[in-house]
Design a protein around this ligand. Structure first.
Ligand code: TMP
Length: 236
């Protein structure tokens, strides 16, 4: 089914198929942080992220968010709809953490009354700079209508996943989404939803169950990914 490799990213490889509208994504155990400056491996991560992302995307489809997901092919491989990625990283935050806490000089873990949304320009050479929707429009990264659709879907993703993770005893602190355009222009959720792209804290202890353990050399990275996957499987 797989034909030639189209692209290799930091955490995934993408292959062509015989169908020009479909691609195969293959999840690696490789992990990077700080725009590729820090490199490592998280054993078994590819298997967990593939499964988790696929299950969450199916949950989101049911909630009314169209996604690129078609079919899980194996432990690490998934058939997805081919999209052209909108070069925006869409970040939703429910609690202060990470770059937000640093930028505004606040501690992590402050609960917001309303979720926030922000965009980064997906551009490794520039270090994914923060931008607002006017900047995205000025640079023609997306149309006004596309940005409205992306915002609507992103908040719907947040509502759906925050509720689901709480049922697992996990707080969805923040996360990053990427959207793509199908060949007819339809906007769909793409990329992945996993502990690589979400901050997930244990509801009671606030223990970090995500990639921050790798970013911050906290240890217990594999165990955290397994724990969060176990809780997902018990509640999906
Ligand atoms: P930040 O606090 O570092 O801006 O991260 C916000 C969220 O986005 C967090 O859940 C981790 C995720 N994220 C990615 O998925 N990829 C990235 O390159 C970065 C910087 C953050």
């Amino acid at each position: 089914m797989k034909t030639e490799q189209l692209y290799e990213g930091k955490a995934k490889k993408v292959f062509m198929t015989e169908d020009p509208e479909q691609l195969i994504v293959s999840y690696k155990d490789d992990a990077t942080a700080f725009n590729g400056l820090k490199k490592g491996t998280i054993a078994g991560k590819g298997v967990i992220n593939n499964r988790m992302s696929n299950l969450l995307m199916q949950l989101l489809e049911k909630a009314g968010v169209p996604t690129h997901f078609i079919e899980e092919l194996s432990e690490r491989e998934t058939l997805v709809k081919r999209v052209s990625i909108v070069p925006l990283e869409v970040i939703i935050r429910n609690y202060s953490a990470g770059s937000f806490a640093k930028r505004y000089g606040v501690v992590e873990g402050i609960r917001f009354d309303e979720p926030t949304i922000e965009f980064s320009y997906k551009n490794d050479d520039l270090g994914d700079p923060l931008m607002n929707s006017y900047h995205a429009l000025a640079l023609k990264l997306a149309t006004k209508e596309e940005i409205e659709t992306i915002k609507r879907y992103a908040f719907l993703v947040n509502e759906t996943l925050s509720k689901f993770w709480l049922e697992c005893g996990v707080i969805l602190i923040d996360f990053k989404l990427e959207f793509g355009r199908l060949s007819d222009g339809t906007i769909v959720l793409a990329d992945e939803i996993s502990p690589d792209t979400c901050r997930l804290w244990d509801e009671k202890t606030h223990e970090k169950l995500d990639k921050d353990r790798f970013r911050r050399d906290m240890g217990g990275v594999e165990d955290a990914y397994s724990e969060v996957m176990k809780r997902l499987m018990e509640n999906i």
